[in-house]
Design a binder for this molecule. Structure first.
Ligand code: GLV
Length: 379
């Protein structure tokens, strides 16, 4: 097998091993994909200051996110349909995370259910919530996450309606996949993937089908979200969610300082600066561009995390230097999962850890807790 040295290598392998419709689902942004690409390219504009003749022994990346110990400030982001990149994908990724000492966030739109992941893991994971029109159902999801021992709830605020992703529409994406000749061809050319899928029962949205009334088949993600997600979700809703959950609460999808200030009133433990990986409002600024002004507005009052565009440990370090106490990776772990299953997720985390460690050292720092803007040029 080709040497895997960077996240881009995992992406190439995943493209060969995952049916096109599911690979594309991960690798897409809305409309022109401008924001999706800016998330990555804006990181490149930020430059490090190289320092020399500094003691580089005994380095540490360990820190905390929402009061929980993490071996590095990186969590796995909630991503929909993870179990379609690879059979039992959410279970494999959660297991890789617990071995690596970083949080795994399970999406509401996962294939393996909360209970299925809890059964195959030994440490608490985090759960991401979408609020449905059916408040009872959303409430029951919260209760199920609590019963499974989840240690943080990530409430996504930027997907009341789904952004249009052209690739999904062109591919006729559905879960489970349709059996048209076009879709059969996409799957038949990925025999390893098919074999895995034949060996699992987890092939549809496990948190929803059989739990939400009247939902037996979620073939179209866009029509389902249009029918089920609550377009009236407001800041006031956060109060009942917080109360029902009663644990650590993280708000995801803040991109504007005004919203960051609004979020303070909710009493959330952290906010995630995020544009949903460029999958919602195309034309919005990148997450890394948004981060400094949000840190400036509320950084002394709430813990700030960020996601979007991280493809290396250098990107994580830049986000930390700009004030993020935690970061999330979505596509990097999905590529690892599609490429090599659990081993690939572990590999993606190792690549990021190693890049972060070496970069931190060459910037003259030994402890991630001491990393600040002083490691960057022109900040
Ligand atoms: C859903 O979470 C998506 O971005 O597809």
């Amino acid at each position: 097998m080709a040497q895997v040295l960077e996240i881009a290598d995992l992406k190439k392998l995943a493209q060969r091993r995952v049916p096109k419709m599911f690979f594309d689902y991960a690798d897409s942004g809305s409309w022109t994909e401008g924001t999706y690409h800016a998330n990555e390219s804006d990181f490149q504009k930020i430059k490090f200051r190289q320092r020399v003749a500094v003691d580089m022994t005994d380095r540490s990346l360990a820190s905390q996110m929402v009061g929980q110990d993490v071996s590095m400030p990186v969590a796995i982001a909630p991503t929909g349909l993870t179990g379609m990149q690879r059979a039992d994908g959410e279970i494999l990724a959660a297991q890789a995370c617990e071995e690596a000492g970083v949080p795994f966030t399970l999406s509401t739109m996962s294939v393996c259910s909360i209970e299925a992941v809890a059964e195959k893991t030994t440490k608490p994971f985090w759960f991401q919530l979408y609020v449905m029109r059916d408040k009872d159902f959303a409430g029951r999801l919260i209760d199920r996450a609590k019963a499974a021992g989840c240690s943080a709830l990530v409430l996504t605020l930027d997907l009341q309606i789904l952004g249009q992703r052209h690739k999904d529409l062109r591919n006729g994406l559905s879960t489970p996949p349709k059996f048209t000749p076009h879709h059969i061809w996409q799957m038949a050319t990925r025999p390893g993937w098919c074999l895995g899928m034949l060996g699992t029962k987890n092939r549809t949205f496990g948190n929803i089908v059989g739990h939400a009334q009247g939902v037996e088949d979620l073939s179209s993600l866009s029509s389902w979200t249009a029918e089920q997600f609550d377009p009236k979700l407001s800041w006031d809703d956060i109060a009942w969610i917080k109360e029902r959950w009663g644990g650590k609460l993280i708000l995801k999808g803040i991109l504007d300082p005004e919203d960051a200030k609004m979020s303070l009133k909710t009493g959330a433990d952290a906010i995630i600066v995020s544009n949903h990986g460029g999958r919602q409002l195309d034309g919005a600024i990148s997450s890394i561009e948004a981060l400094p002004e949000i840190v400036e507005a509320v950084g002394d009052k709430v813990e700030i995390h960020m996601d979007g565009g991280i493809r290396s440990g250098q990107d994580v370090l830049k986000a930390v230097a700009l004030g993020a106490k935690g970061t999330y990776i979505g596509r990097p772990f999905l590529y690892g999962l599609g490429a090599m299953g659990k081993k690939g997720v572990t590999k993606s985390l190792e690549i990021i850890r190693n890049e972060m460690d070496i970069t931190m050292a060459l910037c003259g720092k030994r402890d991630i807790k001491d990393v600040d803007q002083s490691i960057l040029k022109r900040y």
